[in-house]
Design a protein around this ligand. Structure first.
Ligand code: CP
Ligand code: NVA
Length: 329
């Protein structure tokens, strides 16, 4: 019997495969209830949670707010400018203050050490809504989406193209190792995940049947993939100046029709979003003016094409975040 009450949700390395799948199953059940109009507001009625965002968000913030509402929970949103965190008050002090008022705390910010410190001193469950190193709630949504679209998780070959040494590449490698999937980082070797994390994942993989592959060859990396996954090349908090080096290094790893054609016929395209696939964003237009590229990590054709499941994936953020809150409070 799995019981996650009182647990933090900081990174998937802290969870067993069974616990991860328990959360995915719970999310599927909560999604089914939502679709049928069955209310779940009694589950945690009368509780309150704090949502700290030191970086911006559309999906994660909305998912926490809607999920909390559906569970009968009140929310308080703290944006990067509206709180004292880090500037006038330490994480440790903030943790103790918020821990005395709220039953749970979500944190999106920079270093993983910050969310770990918050959890150490809060005395209530803390959930990682994205750090530089990890994005664990995104992983649950991705696994649920893969299972819905492909009908299985174990043995799925997932190829990640782009910056594989940041939160998304790291987290996908971890979740693949945990759930017996075949992870490939298909990118320039400068953007492979850190060796210490690779080693940790290789240890996990020994017990789950997962494999980890690192290749600079698009031909080899995308061959027979079930999932082709990418993320933006410059993440939140990184300086604008890195665009040039990212484009130079990662353009060969853009997800385009050729990469998709080399994957399995029934392969899906995934992206955590937001994405620069056209000129409909300010950043997209700025990059176009400087570098002449209208599409970055993925072409518009693939993004909008029949294999793309990005919006189903985005919806699943809410159902899976609801599962994390429901299970840990
Ligand atoms: N995928 C994701 O975390 O999106 P947001 O930055 O909009 O929350
Ligand atoms: N790597 C991206 C993920 C956004 C969900 C970032 O950190 O900005």
């Amino acid at each position: 019997m799995i019981n996650l009450k009182g647990r933090n949700f900081l990174k998937l390395l802290d969870f067993t495969p069974e616990e991860i799948l328990y959360l995915v199953d719970l999310a599927a059940d909560l999604k089914d209830k939502k679709k049928k109009g069955i209310l779940t507001t009694d589950m945690h009625k009368g509780k309150n949670i704090a949502l700290i965002f030191e970086k911006t968000s559309t999906r994660t913030r909305c998912s926490f707010e809607v999920a909390a509402h559906d569970l009968g929970i009140g929310t308080t949103y703290l944006d990067p400018k509206a709180s004292q965190i880090g500037k006038k008050e330490s994480i440790e002090d903030t943790a103790q203050v918020l821990g005395s008022m709220f039953e749970g705390i979500e944190y999106r910010g920079f270093e993983q050490t910050k969310v770990e410190t918050l959890a150490k001193f809060a005395g209530v469950p803390v959930w990682n809504g994205l750090t530089n190193e990890f994005h664990p709630t995104q992983m649950l949504a991705d696994v649920l989406t893969i299972r819905e679209k492909l009908g299985r998780i174990k043995g799925v070959k997932l190829t990640y193209m782009g910056d594989a040494r940041y939160n998304m590449g790291n987290s996908l490698m971890v979740v693949c190792a945990k759930l017996g999937m075949h992870f490939t980082a298909c990118t320039s070797k400068k953007y492979f995940p850190e060796q210490s994390l690779i080693d940790e994942c290789l240890e996990v993989a020994k017990t789950t049947g997962a494999t980890l592959t690192f290749t600079e060859s698009v031909e080899e990396g995308t061959k027979d993939a079930d999932v082709i996954y990418t993320d933006i090349w410059v993440s939140m908090g990184e300086p604008e100046e890195v665009w040039k080096e990212r484009i130079d290094a990662l353009l060969p790893y853009q997800v385009n029709a050729k990469a998709m054609a080399n994957a399995k016929k029934e392969a899906v395209f995934m992206h955590c979003l937001p994405s620069y696939h056209n000129l409909e964003t300010e950043v997209g237009r700025e990059v176009y003016e400087k570098f002449g590229l209208a599409e970055l990590e993925v072409t518009d054709e693939v993004f909008k094409g029949p294999q793309s499941v990005v919006f189903a994936e985005a919806e699943n953020r809410m159902h899976t975040i609801k599962a994390v809150i429901a299970a840990t409070l």
